[in-house]
Ligand binder design. Structure first.
Ligand code: NAP
Length: 275
């Protein structure tokens, strides 16, 4: 049976790949973003997710078009890098609005329609950074950790209604996310090259990351399961990292993260693998 899928941030990267994956298999797909365009198989609704009035209006439009929502995928996201003490309040709030509050607001607005589905699911796109907080990406890591907590609590609250909720944590993905990241490079007089080096490592890892299609396949397959676990990731490397995150002491994890993201020297540029 065709499913009615609503995805935020379907105009590029992971969200676009997920929207296309569901549309290609005959499902009805709506995507909410600022710059997306409708295609023959994907209905675009223009919505700036930092504006709660626009979110309300987008779901009011959905309520006029569909009788139920089977799957809500809160995917839209953005990054802000920089020294935590130098990030502006505006940057921090924008990130929390897109990466955290929008997921909550969309779930709130979608629930009346999700309750009309026989097997509704909410998939919140989180990040491995939710578990391993990355230096100079503190607000991003905090927002994704909050998404994991929101997802787990919501899953318990919505179980009696048969609505399942999970957080999906991708690792590094090659997408427009890297170029769209707001880079605040203030604080060099305090941190020296540490900010630039750490951000260059993130950017190198992302440029060599998995394709958005790989995440789309994983999310698509997840949506066919009858019972969802609270947290998922994709790829052996990240499953292993998350296992280490459970068994190693926090101080050792911190030491590994410092070695990974705070080396003294800049990372050597590597050629990205062919897709
Ligand atoms: N790339 C990675 O390495 C990586 C790793 C782990 C997790 N993730 C997560 O995966 C998700 C998708 O990221 P991506 O890699 O696909 O990045 P992307 O290519 O930059 O896509 C981000 C999407 O979010 C939408 N968006 C951003 N701000 C918005 C706003 N104010 N209102 C409405 N939509 C907004 C964008 O649409 P418009 O610009 O058209 O509005 C776009 O469709 C995010 O939650 C991200 O945190 C990414």
């Amino acid at each position: 049976m065709e499913r009615i899928v609503v995805i935020t941030g379907g105009s590029s990267g992971i969200g676009k790949a997920i929207a296309e994956r569901f549309a290609a298999t005959g499902n009805i797909v709506y995507e909410l973003s600022r710059s997306g365009k409708s295609t023959p198989h994907i209905h675009h609704i223009t919505c700036d997710l930092t504006d709660s009035a626009q979110i309300k209006e987008a779901f009011a439009e959905l309520a006029r078009s569909v009788r139920r929502i089977d799957i809500l995928i809160n995917n839209a996201g953005m990054g802000v890098s920089g020294a935590t003490e130098c990030i502006s309040e505006e940057e921090a709030r924008q990130l929390m609005d897109v990466d955290f509050f929008a997921a909550w607001l969309c779930a709130k607005e979608a629930l009346p329609l999700l309750r009309k589905s026989k097997a509704a699911k909410i998939i919140n796109i989180s990040s491995v950074a939710a578990v391993f907080a990355i230096p100079f990406q503190s607000f991003y890591s905090a927002a994704k950790a909050a998404i994991n907590a929101l997802s787990s609590a919501l899953a318990l609250e919505l179980k009696p209604f048969g609505i399942q909720v999970t957080a999906f944590m991708p690792g590094d993905i090659k997408s427009g996310f890297t170029a769209a990241r707001i880079k605040n490079d203030a604080g060099a007089e305090l941190y020296g090259e540490a900010i630039d080096i750490s951000v260059a490592i993130m950017e190198r890892d992302e440029s060599q990351g998995m394709t958005p299609q790989r995440i789309a396949d994983a999310v698509y397959n997840l949506c066919s399961l009858t019972k969802l676990k609270p947290l998922y990731t994709c790829g052996l490397k990240y499953k292993f990292f998350l296992f280490l995150g459970k068994v190693l002491p926090c101080s050792l994890i911190q030491m590994i993260l410092r070695m990974m993201y705070c080396p003294k020297k800049r990372p050597a540029a590597k050629t990205a693998p062919e897709e």
